[in-house]
Design a protein. Structure first.
Length: 313
């Protein structure tokens, strides 16, 4: 089955803690078997890549159940169901959702820490459980990752629209900027040269991998409509131009995509090494290396520094 949402782990976690004191690792191992996760699902990470999706969701389930008073932490990383939690299991024999948790006495005060706040501040700030119910069963950190993905996908669409509005020369310079930002050569002035002239044999740019220009990478840039494929013949022509320039390393970049024949031809291998970068990959590189984009907002997501509290051990 698919990786469960963090709400789907509420009841099995509560069941485990109602039987005995159980560690976080024991919970993870038991639920791993309970949900019959495949090896691939166990290794699947959150977009940040810092922890597995399954671990993240169980972690947030423990947080919600603890804040609701259904379980308590008896020692670090070890949990036990409270009497309220055991009764809650009897009252909810099938599933437990955030909607169920919000019915627990003092749930809002416990989760949001509203004690002592003015009524005005409580009214103006959205309730945590309302937010959680509207993020499709994702753990809060996953909801943030998902929102970032959506923002980036929208930005990619807008980037492509802007690129296609420009002339081919602009695009040829753009790809050189991306390659230099990726670490090819040195500075833009010293390492990257825009060619794109009538006698360039189809080569649009050149990257010098060393200061003397002994090791070169040539670039082909095709600003095509996203649905116009690059075929094998275009790759063959590029390799022929590389041979004419006496260069054995090349990068073919396009705003569209490469068809199966083009990819197969490159994978087959030759004396020339060619890297293919399609439109989606190019847009991802522009975001990663901040080419044609700027940082609009930086948000720090804080986490507990366990080393600080264990520094005397």
């Amino acid at each position: 089955m698919a990786i469960p949402t963090f709400q789907e782990t509420f009841r099995p976690v509560l069941e485990l803690t109602a039987k005995w004191d159980v560690t976080r690792r024991e919970i993870l191992e038991t639920l791993d078997d309970y949900f019959k996760l495949t090896p691939e699902e166990r290794k699947m990470n959150t977009p940040s890549g810092r922890q597995s999706k399954f671990y993240s969701r169980v972690h947030w389930a423990l947080t919600y159940l603890t804040k609701s008073g259904l379980i308590v932490r008896v020692v670090p990383k070890t949990y036990r169901a409270t009497e309220l939690g055991k009764q809650f299991l009897l009252d909810h024999p099938e599933t437990i959702s955030i909607s169920d948790l919000r019915k627990v006495s003092d749930w809002v005060a416990k989760y949001q820490g509203n004690s002592g706040r003015s009524k005005k501040s409580q009214v103006e700030k959205p309730e945590v459980e309302d937010i959680a119910e509207n993020i499709g069963g994702l753990a809060p950190i996953e909801a943030i990752d998902r929102a970032i993905e959506e923002i980036n996908e929208d930005l990619k669409t807008r980037l492509m629209e802007e690129i296609l509005r420009q002339d081919p020369t602009f695009f040829e310079n753009l790809v050189l900027d991306v390659l230099v930002k990726m670490g090819y050569g040195g500075s833009r002035q010293e390492a990257a040269e825009h060619l794109g002239r009538s006698n360039d044999e189809g080569i649009d740019g050149c990257i010098n991998q060393d200061l003397l220009g002994l090791d070169k990478v040539v670039v082909q840039a095709k600003r095509y409509a996203p649905d116009r494929a690059i075929n094998r013949e275009a790759i063959q022509s590029f390799i022929g131009a590389m041979s004419g320039q006496g260069v054995n390393k090349g990068i073919f970049i396009t705003t569209s995509y490469f068809n199966a024949n083009a990819k197969e031809f490159v994978q087959r291998g030759s004396t020339q090494k060619v890297i293919l970068i399609d439109g989606d990959t190019l847009l991802g590189l522009m975001l990663k290396h901040k080419v044609g984009t700027r940082v609009e907002r930086t948000i720090d997501i804080m986490a507990l520094d366990q080393n600080y509290f264990n520094e005397d051990e």
